[in-house]
Design a protein around this ligand. Structure first.
Ligand code: GLP
Length: 254
């Protein structure tokens, strides 16, 4: 596991975009796992600003981590629309290159299984991840299985409150979703987690320094052989304070 500490959220985005570009470079095809939430936004902006030509030359397929159940199809709050607007279109990718779980299927459980097969067969090269303040990845909330495959999940009240900023009111935040399981996520060849802000400090410390436990789904990253974490100083503060156990590649400026 490699920890890189950046000065601020836009530096997190730049360094993460450079890391993605490094993995893509020289490849004819690339399967990129993409995430939603505010954490990866600066990465998408930097990819479009600094690495757009790479996206013109490499055949990209992108796979989302999750999708809400219960929103009108095409509504801007869906993760499909969010990723089209923030990631795929700014990079000139055709909409068909973005794959998302079919949360509108008559049987969402069957749709989850189909999506799991799609992601498994694609063999994701690099999965970009954020982390929830409760340590969730994708929508794998605390006390869900660390070996799960893509499934229908229920959101915790904390996650619904956290994500309510993307909705007119809390009551409009869906209660369920389809999410890649932790086991599915761990199948990606490389995991790249981005985090910024003091609100993520506890979750990041639990994920990296704590025991591997279903109480913190992100702690499963400790089981993966190729993990890069790029965090700003605030999010990494507890890791920096932990000393030699977590030596950043780029020490924070004082
Ligand atoms: C949502 C997404 C997660 C994301 C999390 C953190 O719950 N399903 O994939 O990591 O939000 O969001 P933010 O980056 O906005 O803090």
């Amino acid at each position: 596991m490699e920890l890189i500490v950046a000065d601020d959220p836009s530096a997190v985005g730049r360094m993460a975009a450079d890391e993605i570009a490094k993995h893509m470079s020289g490849r004819r095809e690339f399967r990129l796992g993409v995430a939603t939430g505010s954490s990866p936004l600066a990465t998408y902006v930097s990819l479009a600003e600094n690495h757009r030509t790479l996206f013109d030359t490499v055949d990209i397929n992108a796979f989302a981590l999750d999708e809400y159940i219960g929103l009108p199809q095409g509504s801007p709050a869906t993760y499909r629309q969010t990723l089209l607007q923030t990631f795929a279109r700014p990079l000139g990718l055709p909409d068909e290159a973005l794959h998302t779980p079919d949360a509108w299927a008559p049987d969402p459980h069957a749709a989850a299984r189909r999506y799991d097969e799609l992601v498994r067969d694609a063999a994701v090269d690099l999965q970009l991840l954020g982390i929830g303040v409760n340590g969730h990845i994708g929508f794998n909330e605390p006390f869900s299985s660390l070996s799960s495959r893509t499934h229908v999940a229920e959101l915790t009240e904390q996650t619904r409150r956290d994500n309510s900023r993307f909705f007119p009111s809390l009551s409009e935040v869906p209660t369920h979703c389809i999410t890649q399981g932790v086991g599915t996520i761990l199948n990606a060849a490389t995991l790249l987690l981005v985090a910024h802000g003091a609100a993520k400090a506890d979750a990041l410390a639990d994920a990296i320094l704590g025991p591997v436990t279903w109480a913190c789904p992100a702690s499963a990253l400790q089981l993966h052989p190729d993990v890069i974490i790029i965090a700003d100083i605030q999010a990494a503060m507890k890791l920096i304070n932990a000393g030699p156990a977590a030596t950043p590649r780029q020490p924070a400026r004082t």
